[in-house]
Design a protein around this ligand. Structure first.
Ligand code: ADP
Length: 156
């Protein structure tokens, strides 16, 4: 049976930390859905469509051919059911991420008992989308933290 996984997030914007997790996931799973979660209660800085096209360019550039980028406004555990996804990937930067993710995993298990949460450790634990936006506000170089293709989109 194919091992199909999903990696959901806001990706607002997609960072090198996210790319690290995508790289690791693409090696372990047959297919990975990168799911840009569209939540109308959360205000975004970049549209899901812009980020989708940016992530697709990053995947091509990195020769990652077993990942698809989708935009979804469904609950992740429900989205997983609709696509026969067995694994939910999350990245762990620190203990705060772990506590948060464990709560989410418990709730996801109640909604979709077939969905197994899988954690990958972060190689770039200091990188976050909000930090990138803050640095950009202060005119700092963000290239150490985001793929070049994403920087090209968001520095315009
Ligand atoms: P959220 O869903 O809270 O908006 P993000 O879109 O930033 O979060 O992240 C989606 C997933 O990627 C989460 O599991 C988060 O812990 C993980 N992640 C974020 N930044 C990094 C990083 N630098 N390294 C590894 N994983 C990360």
């Amino acid at each position: 049976m194919l091992k199909i996984a999903m990696y959901p997030g806001s990706f607002d914007p997609f960072t090198l930390g996210h790319l690290d997790i995508v790289n690791k996931s693409s090696k372990l799973f047959d297919w990975v859905y990168i799911v840009i979660a569209e939540n109308h209660q959360k205000k975004r800085s970049y549209t899901p469509e812009l980020m989708k096209s940016g992530i697709e360019t990053v995947l091509k550039k990195n020769n990652i051919s077993n990942c698809t980028v989708v935009i979804s406004s469904s609950l992740s555990a429900v989205f997983a059911e609709s696509k026969d996804i067995g694994f939910m990937i999350r990245g762990l930067r620190n203990g705060i991420d772990f506590t948060y993710e464990e709560n989410m995993a418990l709730i996801n298990k109640l909604i979709n008992p077939a969905l197994e949460s899988v954690y990958f450790r972060a190689e770039m634990p200091a990188v976050s989308s909000s930090m990138v936006k803050e640095l950009l506000n202060y005119g700092q170089n963000i290239l150490p933290y985001v793929p070049k293709e994403i920087a090209d989109l968001i520095c315009k």
